[in-house]
Design a protein around this ligand. Sequence first.
Ligand code: SF4
Length: 150
Amino acid sequence: MRMTAFEDVSLRALMLLAANDTGEPLATRTIAEGIGTPYNHVSKAVLKLRELGYVEATRGRAGGVQLSDAGRKATVGGVLRALDTREDLADCETPNGDCPLSIQCGLRGALRRAREAFYRELDGVVVASLPHERQMGPVLVQIGLRPPAA
Ligand code: SF4
């Protein structure tokens, strides 16, 4: 199963926020730079993550976002479930009409079960446990949260 670009950006943002050990919130622009994604995409993802309660925002000149308690405990499966609002993986029902094979379609049920199995596997993976030093160290230096190595 393929994640949407929005889901990928949201998980990247959560991972960077988990790796931020400064205790200070990160500006959306800083997150965008760190995860290599255009600002407007990150801005939409951060807004959604706020709505879902995974991040908290602070206003002001030094404002930005940081993980909430829920965000620190969030699992990849939980985040993906919360972001995936599709009823079906395939275009079973569309504004232009339903698929002609939709009556008691066995494939539709099988795809729903497969998606649930995918998420269940990821329910055991805590997002905040994923970042590691070799991965995030250079990123934190690049966005100015850590001094360059001497
Ligand atoms: S064949 Fe079944 S799964 Fe595929 S679009 Fe039609 S209803 Fe959905």
